[in-house]
Design a protein around this ligand. Structure first.
Ligand code: DXP
Length: 265
């Protein structure tokens, strides 16, 4: 019998079993946040230094995150300039004692689209300073190639604008990036709304997904976290199993006498 072997998700040399990275914002309560993150099976949680408003709220939040013993991926959510993002990344390195940074640099307020030019500039600066950059970028092949050439070992193209829940708006672009950068760890980041969207990303050969709103904004975040976990497992297995080719013309699936097994033609 054929058996299916899989590699683990690799991020800058570190290996993970879960193929979902999860955000820590927008949950209805700290308890629900902890419950949903734990249920999701995620081993990496992204956190924003900028979003904490008072010292007390910040301290309480960090204690909850620390209790969960997850790998923390600080992000530069809300930054609009290279200077702002680089400064925040430097602060994150001090506060969280990690050189990982999810680099988010917004270029447009309407759709929160990442600014590709500023992103390249900030990535170059941060890599020279020793950061391990995980850039949140648009699904543009040439931009991804440039980020790859700068030394990024993970790229995170968007599925759709942050918080929209629209899923993969341009599967062709995402597929092209996968095909052209086969060595890269690729993560679809943002815009997912349903577990089926995560499954689709994994089926395209993406290594993982990063999401927040779909779980935090669900009617029952804990149940939705479980559904996303199952969908990433299903999507990865489906990718490894290699789907049957699609056909334009029907072919009978009921075996004809004397031909009980599949014939590829
Ligand atoms: C939490 C975080 O990093 C977001 O900026 C991320 O991009 C997730 O987006 P969604 O909320 O659309 O899942």
């Amino acid at each position: 019998m054929q058996s299916m072997t899989d590699t683990k998700l690799t991020i800058y040399g570190e290996q993970f079993t879960s193929r979902m990275l999860i955000g820590s914002a927008l949950y209805p309560s700290p308890e629900v946040m902890q419950g949903a993150i734990a249920t999701s099976g995620a081993e990496i949680v992204t956190v924003s230094l900028r979003r904490q408003q008072t010292k007390q709220a910040g301290d309480d939040f960090w204690s909850l995150i620390k209790e969960m013993e997850l790998r923390v991926l600080p992000n530069t959510a809300g930054c609009h300039s290279v200077k702002e993002a680089v400064t925040l990344a430097q602060m994150c390195r001090e506060v969280f004692a990690t050189d990982w940074i999810k680099l988010e640099l917004i270029g447009d307020e309407y759709n929160l689209q990442p600014d590709p030019i500023a992103l390249l500039e900030a990535t170059e600066i941060l890599i020279k300073e020793g950061f391990k950059v995980l850039p949140y970028c648009t699904d543009d092949l040439v931009l991804c190639q440039r980020l790859d050439a700068l030394g990024c070992e993970v790229l995170m193209p968007w599925g759709a604008p942050i918080g929209t829940g629209k899923g993969l708006l341009n599967p062709y672009n995402l597929q092209t990036i996968r095909t052209r950068l086969p060595h890269q760890t690729l993560i679809v980041d943002a815009g997912l709304g349903l577990p089926s969207h995560a499954c689709q990303a994994l089926e395209l050969g993406y290594d993982a997904v990063l999401l927040n709103s779909a779980v935090a904004g669900a009617g029952c975040p804990i149940t939705m976290a479980k559904a996303f976990e199952a969908s990433t497992v299903a999507g990865r297995l489906s990718y490894l199993a290699k789907a049957m080719p699609q056909k334009e013309v029907a072919s009978p699936s009921t075996p004809t006498l004397g031909m009980p097994f599949w014939h590829a033609n």
